[in-house]
Design a protein around this ligand. Structure first.
Ligand code: NAD
Length: 478
């Protein structure tokens, strides 16, 4: 029998009534594994109202108490780690090892944000008036609406919830309709903690129904969204109507620059890993490569061999895989179209280049394309699949200029043994993050933020935490 999930509002699971049901598929078998309600604006309104009424008492608690609840959740996650990882594998197609990393990282992230409880600082500033003190307090914003994508579905719950809660906000989370099972498990675990009712609420549904109801709700003080540029733009438009603060983590088109003096094997392995991890569906992974013409032949030949050794299949059935399927047929068609049009436009397919038929599931062959022109669609649009388009350059200036020539500005990387080249690239590449001689992942104590269409604001570390606060200025005249 298909599992049916229920919304979690004001500390309890709400029986579904007459909502439309959305089927959830396993992307490897394409079989229905569960269903979720397409939650109405009225019920989203109830969730926001519950978060709003819980917020005052929540903010009044000392931050260290709020942190204690985050630690209760992380302990529950660790106790249930294998089941959580299996859910992610089944509904998202992630390989087992990576799903296990995601679950462990999520628990660590909650603990890391809990540590901030004793470190949230304000300021006292000298005044121009005799006998006056000026205090800057950091206070909670109120109710946060967290809208999530499917590619790191479990971790992204924590990335929104942990900084929101430790700073005194309450939250309504809407997981992706593609990957709600792990979020439903999160709610089950949450219900086993002492978390006060209304502090965390979870509503399921489609973007156009539930997501837009959450972004339209004027009692939401901040919309924290991770997903595509197109949806980010819609959410920003909704936020504009209510003058709601937004924090947007959107798509990427990460450039990787490989200099002639680079350790080519290191660059090949890192870029390959970056392209096959989560089947290439990661916002900050190398999406286009610029290689110095003098080492292009060696780099491309080694990259093709590396990509050809990629093992892929159904991650629920096999453990020793490098990648699983793409999230769905629509994702597969998008990747396939981009690759076909790139080849039609003159790119040379070195390896891969086509849909892989494994009987069922949305698989694409690990692919290397050479001779991709800077203005080609494949160098400009987010691919979100195991495909590496390569372009070559003669000077670092040229590489930097092409790297910056993008609507996106999330992450970037450079491979070189020369500190001067590395630092020049860091100074001149206009991206939120630059990795030197490695690819992602970002660290929880860093600041994950994009420029241009990759987003507004950011996540992680002190700066990410403070995104969830507003400054309240107090003038005290003695
Ligand atoms: P998406 O934009 O299609 O959906 C994300 C979420 O938004 C889903 O929950 C969806 O239901 C909801 N949504 C859709 N329409 C909506 C609307 N009108 N109003 C409110 N909510 C709506 O993105 P996706 O396909 O789930 O995720 C992939 C994208 O996410 C990629 O572009 C990727 O680069 C990006 N991403 C970015 C980061 C980052 O940190 N910058 C991290 C992960 C993923």
């Amino acid at each position: 029998m298909t599992v049916t999930h229920r919304n979690f509002i004001n500390g309890r699971f709400i029986e579904n009534s007459n909502e439309d049901m959305i089927p959830v598929l396993n992307p490897a078998t394409e079989q229905v594994i569960s269903q979720i309600p397409d939650t109405s604006a009225a019920l989203v309104g109830e969730a926001v109202a519950a978060a709003k009424s819980a917020q005052k008492a929540w903010e009044r608690r000392p931050a260290i108490e709020r942190a204690g609840f985050l630690r209760q959740i992380s302990a529950k996650i660790r106790e249930n780690a294998p089941a959580l990882a299996s859910a992610i594998v089944e509904e998202q197609g992630k390989i087992q090892g990576l799903a296990e990393v995601e679950v462990a990282f999520t628990a660590d992230y909650l603990d890391y944000m809990a540590e901030w409880a004793r470190r949230i600082e304000g300021e006292i500033i000298t005044s121009d008036r005799p006998g006056e003190n000026i205090f800057l307090f950091r206070q909670a914003i109120g109710v946060v609406g967290g809208i999530l994508p499917w590619n790191f579905p479990f971790f992204l719950i924590a990335r929104k919830l942990a900084p929101a809660l430790v700073t005194g906000n309450t939250i309504v989370i809407k997981p992706s309709e593609e990957t709600p099972n792990n979020a439903a498990m999160f709610a089950e675990l949450l219900a086993q903690t002492d978390m006060p009712a209304g502090v965390v609420n979870l509503v399921f549904g489609k973007g156009a129904t539930t997501g837009s109801a959450l972004s339209d709700n004027e009692d939401v003080g901040m919309l924290s969204f991770t997903g595509s540029v197109e949806t980010g733009s819609r959410i920003m438009a909704a936020a504009a109507r209510n003058i709601t603060k937004v924090n947007l983590e959107l798509g990427g088109k990460a450039p990787a620059i490989v200099m002639a003096d680079a350790d080519i094997d290191l660059a090949v392995n890192a870029i390959k890993a970056s392209r096959v991890i989560n089947s290439g569906q990661v916002c900050n992974c190398a999406e286009r490569v610029y290689v110095d013409r003098r080492v292009e032949d060696e780099f491309v030949a080694k990259l093709a061999v590396a990509m050809e050794t990629t093992k892929y299949g159904d991650p629920s059935k096999q453990r020793d895989l490098d990648m699983g399927p793409l999230i769905n047929r629509a994702g597969l068609d998008k990747v396939d179209g981009l690759v076909k049009r790139a080849i039609d436009a003159g790119a040379e397919c070195i390896t891969g280049g086509a849909v892989a038929d494994l009987g069922s599931g949305a698989y694409f062959q690990p692919t290397v394309l050479r001779g991709c022109k800077q203005d080609a669609e494949i160098m400009q649009k987010e691919i979100f699949g195991p495909v590496i388009p390569v372009n070559s350059f003669d000077t670092l200036d040229e590489a930097i200029e092409r790297a910056n020539d993008s609507a996106y500005g999330l992450t970037s990387s450079i491979y070189t043994r020369d500190i001067g080249s590395a630092m020049r690239a860091c100074n001149e590449i206009k991206f939120g993050e630059t990795y030197i001689n490695r690819e992602n992942f970002e660290a929880m104590q860093g600041f994950h933020a994009g420029v241009r269409k990759s987003g507004i604001g950011g996540a992680d570390g002190k700066h990410g935490l403070y995104e969830y606060t507003q400054t309240h200025v107090v003038y005290l005249q003695n």
